[in-house]
Design a protein around this ligand. Structure first.
Ligand SMILES: C[S@@+](CC[C@H](N)C(=O)[O-])C[C@H]1O[C@@H](n2cnc3c(N)ncnc32)[C@H](O)[C@@H]1O
Ligand SMILES: [Mg+2]
Length: 302
């Protein structure tokens, strides 16, 4: 299923790169750029394409972004609170993670603890919504976050469960662990890259933390018009799923940008999937539509 999904996603990616955000050659793109230029003051635009390429060692920390998470840190485990979308999405993203990582590491996806013997790091782990199920699936998990409050909450929650209490939580950044020369079989950064100061340097740090032939998984939101309408206008201003101002459209990366940025960091993206929300069931599912929320699995080059 994923092979089909991936080839379809790749096809979609090729189509996108022919006609979409990175191309400046067609009139619809010119129109889109003109509209975006008009929205710049509203969107607090931080044009990705014009950003310089910082070194891996440059800080990934954006204090204003961290302040947003510190302000709502108490609600990490409130399944009806501002992190509800992450809680509801969790089984779907874990399906992708289980499937891609089991295939890559030759593990049985039907076993209860398929990640036994593997070292994972969850970068930007927040309250540990992802770290905990990864530990229950047998991985030896390190969870890091730049917000101290998040780490304290993650630790208190993990201590309620003997398996999750094995997670090593630290308040630090990916680049600091690179300095410590730490290495992991799989490096995961879900819904973090759109909140960091320098996505390219951040990807280099993720890569440096991954062992050769190890895996890197990144999820984020596409810088598409549909994402502006759904992930910002609908989620923040109409449905109030997230506090207003949680996301800045200009900080989103298109799938092409993420693939290229990871490629430059020696990670070859092998598989992508989108997440689709069904308003009737309130559930998310994997889809080959990477137009809004999407996830990428890559392999660190030898
Ligand atoms: C949207 S939350 C995602 C949490 C978690 N990855 C998940 O998907 O359940 C983003 C998290 O990234 C953290 N963060 C933001 N910038 C960071 C950085 N430069 N280094 C480490 N963590 C960061 C925030 O504090 C926040 O907890
Ligand atoms: Mg986000």
């Amino acid at each position: 299923m994923f092979h089909t999904m991936f080839s379809r996603s790749l096809y979609q990616l090729q189509k996108l790169s022919r006609r979409n955000d990175l191309s400046l050659h067609n009139s619809s793109t010119k129109f889109k750029h003109a509209v975006l230029a008009a929205f710049q003051p509203i969107l607090h635009t931080r044009p990705y394409a014009n950003n310089p390429q910082p070194a891996a060692s440059a800080s990934s920390v954006d204090q204003a972004e961290l302040a947003k998470f510190a302000a709502i840190a108490e609600s990490w485990w409130d399944a009806e609170g501002p992190f509800k979308p992450l809680h509801v999405m969790n089984p779907t993203r874990l399906t992708f993670i289980r499937s891609t990582l089991c295939r890559h590491f030759g593990k049985d996806p039907f076993s209860a603890r398929p990640f036994e013997g593997l070292k994972f790091i969850d970068v930007g782990c927040g309250g540990g919504i992802l770290s905990e199920p990864l530990a229950r699936m047998g991985a030896s998990v390190t969870g890091i976050d730049a917000v101290e409050k998040n780490i304290k909450i993650a630790q208190v929650h993990a201590d309620l469960d003997p398996v999750a209490s094995s997670i090593e939580y630290r308040c630090t950044t990916a680049e600091n662990l690179v300095e410590e020369q730490m290495k992991f079989d799989a490096v995961l950064a879900l819904e973090v890259i759109e909140h960091v100061a320098n996505p390219a340097g951040f990807c280099k740090s993720l890569s440096a933390l991954t062992v050769p032939n190890g895996a890197t998984i990144v999820s984020t939101i596409n810088r598409s018009m549909r994402a502006y309408a759904t992930a910002i206008i609908a989620a923040e201003y109409i449905l109030h799923w997230l506090p207003k101002g949680t996301h800045q459209w200009s900080s989103f990366l298109t799938p092409e940008e993420l693939v290229l940025t990871l490629q430059r960091a020696s990670i070859s993206v092998e598989e992508m999937a989108g997440f689709a929300y069904d308003p009737l069931t309130g559930q998310w599912s994997l889809t080959d539509d990477i137009g809004v929320n999407f996830i990428a699995f890559g392999i660190k080059k030898q």
